[in-house]
Write a protein that binds this ligand. Sequence first.
Ligand code: KDO
Length: 329
Amino acid sequence: AAGTLAACAAALAGSLSGAPAAAQSKVLLRVSTPAVAEDWHGKMWTVFKDHLDKAAPGEFDVQINLNATLFKQGTEPAAMARGNLELSSISAFDIAKQVPEFSIFTAGYVIRDPQHQQKVFGGPIGQEMFKLASDKMAVTLLTPIYLGTRQVNLREARTVRTPADLKGIKLRMPGSKEWLFLGEALGATATPLAFGEVYLGLKTGTIDGQDNPLPTVRAAKFYEVTKQLVLTQHLVDGIFIAISDKAWAAMTPAQQQKVRAAAAAASAFNNEGRIKEEAQIVDYFRQQGLTVTTPDVEAFRKHVQQAYAGSDIAKAWPAGLLDRINATR
Ligand code: KDO
């Protein structure tokens, strides 16, 4: 009801000022993301916009801001709470800052692969955790997105078989407690840095490496300034399309439905493209001259799982949730 009133008021204001009513009453959806244009979760916003423009011509004004040009990486939830931003794709790490239970999805070697991720988020666990996050935050989570499987990417090639081989390596992680914990759990010295500064950090040597899914290593051109990929597969990473509660509440149910459908289309585009690319991308990096090595993944798994087991981070996980995630097939 609030949405209909707001729309009427906007239309009235438009006609009184002599401006075209349609332009005035468009629902403004500003998107901010650190994603680069060439990455799947950058391109997916064009799919989102096209989907909405087709389903509801002239009804929505989707403004896409990539490369964290509108809001800095990690500040999007606060911007949405203030009403300065409508849409973003936020990470489990962003959510964990306000909803510590969610940090279970920031832990290495919990989600096994993209299919497992889809089952977990598409079933009762996803429903419960989405509701928890949506209740506790000023945003509503619309859909999960597969960000890819994170791998270690080093500036100089070296032998890496176990976490001990990463000792002293300045591994860039995004700047939050949960990210730094993950970097340390891998055996490295975790060094916080925003995504947009990673390329230069690798080029100049202020960091020795970074971790990201391989499609992102390609899209952000990190392969130009690194020599090795270590296929640790340490985090099957997910992000979530989130909309500010303010924008959500101002929409009619029909508009909400259209936005949900557009988010689902964006997610399907991203997931399909990214999974296909991950399956054959290693050759591309070899052609670019990188060394691609497979470490003792079991040694990494054991080390990382042990680090989380006794940690403060894991204390926030709902009782039994890890077992339920593990049992999800
Ligand atoms: C990154 O900073 O390494 C990361 O992969 C973290 C993700 O949560 C997400 O913010 C992502 O960057 C950006 O969307 C850029 O791809």
